[in-house]
Each structure stands twice: as C-alpha cells, then as structure tokens.
Design a protein around this ligand. Structure first.
Ligand SMILES: *[C@@H]1O[C@H](CO)[C@@H](O)[C@H](O)[C@H]1NC(C)=O
Ligand SMILES: *[C@@H]1O[C@H](CO)[C@@H](O)[C@H](O)[C@H]1NC(C)=O
Ligand SMILES: *[C@@H]1O[C@H](CO)[C@@H](O)[C@H](O)[C@H]1NC(C)=O
Ligand SMILES: *[C@@H]1O[C@H](CO)[C@@H](O)[C@H](O)[C@H]1NC(C)=O
Ligand SMILES: [Zn+2]
Length: 287
C-alpha cells in the first residue's frame, strides 16, 4: 500500500540527516566552552582571540564542535575522542588503556589532551614556521576537554562506551551513549531552561560560584605541577559511567523520569568541571 507523500516526507528528511552520535552533543560542548570562556585570564583570553579564525568572532564556543565536524576529513582524529577500558573493570590507567584499536599508544582522548596542550605551550616561542597549527590545537583541546568529562567517553570496550546498548529515552529509540551525549541535556533544557542553552549555562555558573564554590579550586588543580591532568578526568569518568550511566541499564531498557532525575546532577557536575578545567588549563598554558 502506498503511503501518502505527506507522511513519507518527514521520514525521508529524518533519514537524510541522521543525528550526530559522537561526543557530548553540540550543546554539551557549547556549555563547556561557554563556562571556560568566562573564566579565562586576560593573557589566555588574548591568546585565544588571536588563535581563533576571524569568522569565530572571538567566540571559542562557536567552534567547540569543530573536532566532530572534521572527523571525516581527518580520519586519524576519530580515536582521539574517547577511551575504551576493559569491560566491567570500572577503572582506567593510561599505559593499559590509552591506545587506538590498532594498539598505538597515546591515541585516546587523554593522550590527545596532552598532545594539544604541549603544542599550545609553544605559543610564546613558536617561530612562524612552527610545525603545528595552533588554531587546530586550541579547537581540539577545547573539544576533547569536554569529551573526557562525558562519563561514557571512558566506557567499556565491547559496548563502545554504550554505543551498542539500545535503549528507549522515554518513547524514543536511541542508544545509551547518545542519552549521555544529548538526551539528558535536551530534556533538561525542555524541562527547566525555557530560553535554552544560555539559561543552562547561567544555572551552572551560579552553582560554580555558589553551591560548588568550595570545590572548584580542587577541580582546577593538577598534582605534580602539571599543566593539565587528563588521567584524573578519565578516571572520574569511568567511575561515573559505572556508578550512574551503566547502572541498572540493560539492552532495551526504558529510561525515563527516574533515570533522568538521578543522572542529571551527574551531567551538571561533569559539564561544570569540564568548563572549569578547560579554563584552568588554558590559563596555565598562556600564563
Ligand atoms: C597530535 O597532534 C598531531 C597534529 O594534529 C596529530 O597529527 C597527532 O595524531 C596527534 N596525536 C595525538 C595522540 O593526539
Ligand atoms: C590552521 O587551521 C585552521 C582551521 O582548520 C585553518 O583555517 C588555517 O588555514 C590553518 N592554518 C594554516 C597556516 O594552515
Ligand atoms: C544547582 O544547585 C542546586 C542546589 O544543589 C540544585 O538543585 C540545582 O539542580 C543545581 N543546578 C545545576 C544546573 O547544577
Ligand atoms: C611549578 O611550576 C611553577 C611554574 O612553572 C614553578 O615556578 C614551580 O617551581 C613549580 N613547582 C614545583 C613543585 O615543581
Ligand atoms: Zn568528540
């Protein structure tokens, strides 16, 4: 039987634009970068402004998903968005886990954060013939700092960080990874933030200077005087993945209010920590 064209058309459009399914979605990355931007030192803000392409209008957050957009142009960068850890172990170590599927060491989101941090540290010394494109280094770093705070970007190997776990988010079919990239954030915006992402950012900023203010300095610090400490962020993520993301979820679970209510505070915290640490890292790099 033929479908009338009017009911087919939305289906076709939907099929032509599959939802992007890697990394905090666009809003998650935007939130992390917005939080960071407001916390930059004068020196870091000036360096960021200098490195951003002119079409960004000085706004880092407008390019925070650039690294996702270039995944096909730069296929080598795809493994740099996540870490696969051993199934059910709920732990991460750099030496064991930070590698790509071919086993090449350092090719994971923690290695990438170290990589682009050291490239940016040449900012003040780099001669014009520098081998690195520091604009790209900045955009990669800003993006990967978000990814490493998404708990399921440091997930189990066999389910690809929840990408192979089918679930329902309320009535909609999706995968667990996508729930943490996008759905929880979208539902929070629908429920609480009528004016969208800017209002979400404001609510997080309020808690950064209020509720969480005693803890923020601890988030910013790295041991051993390091410029950035992605291994710590990754360990926190796999712990949160086990305690919250994977917990009580099975193939075809229906996730709704109970899951949303209990997990949203974790998403809020990780977005805030990602933003605070991106700023702290950039401030140390450009100090
Ligand atoms: C480091 O950055 C360079 C330049 O973008 C890239 O070719 C290389 O794959 C990166 N390696 C890691 C582990 O991030
Ligand atoms: C550096 O990368 C940016 C973003 O991809 C690009 O617009 C720019 O042309 C690159 N600069 C150089 C010198 O290649
Ligand atoms: C801010 O903190 C309050 C009090 O703990 C909490 O109810 C609220 O959900 C938090 N909002 C965000 C966006 O973190
Ligand atoms: C930490 O780094 C700062 C700046 O590079 C340096 O002045 C200080 O001596 C270092 N401290 C330690 C304990 O390494
Ligand atoms: Zn990503």
């Amino acid at each position: 039987m033929q479908q009338p064209i009017t009911t087919l058309l939305p289906l076709l459009l939907f099929a032509a634009f599959p939802a992007p399914s890697n990394a905090w979605g666009v809003h998650g990355h935007l939130i992390v970068c917005k939080i960071a931007q407001g916390r930059l030192s004068d020196a870091a803000a000036a360096a960021v402004r200098g490195l951003l392409p002119s079409y960004a209008g000085g706004d880092l957050s407008s390019l925070c998903s650039w690294a996702d957009d270039v995944k096909f142009r730069y296929p080598w960068s795809a493994p740099l968005h996540y870490i696969d850890t051993p199934d059910r172990l709920c732990g991460y170590t750099y030496d064991r886990d930070c590698k790509d599927e071919d086993g090449v060491e350092g090719r994971c989101v923690a290695g990438a954060i170290n990589n682009y941090t050291s490239q940016l540290l040449t900012y003040h010394t780099a001669s014009p013939s520098t081998q690195y494109n520091l604009t790209q280094a900045l955009l990669f770093l800003a993006h990967f700092m978000g990814d490493i705070h998404q708990p399921l970007h440091v997930g189990f190997t066999s389910d690809k960080g929840g990408n192979t776990i089918d679930v329902n988010w309320y009535k909609r079919k999706t995968v667990l990874h996508h729930v943490w990239d996008d759905n929880i954030i979208e539902t929070a915006e629908d429920e609480y933030y009528g004016e969208g992402v800017a209002e979400f950012v404001d609510a997080l900023l309020q808690n950064i200077t209020g509720e969480w203010s005693q803890r923020v300095q601890g988030w910013e610090e790295c041991s051993k005087n390091q410029t950035t400490c992605p291994d710590m962020y990754a360990s926190e993520s796999i712990t949160a993945a086990c305690d919250w993301a994977y917990k009580d979820v099975a193939e075809n679970s229906v996730l709704e209010d109970a899951y949303f209510w209990s997990r949203l505070p974790v998403v809020n915290l990780r977005l805030a920590q990602g933003g605070v640490r991106l700023a702290a890292t950039l401030n140390r790099i450009f100090s």
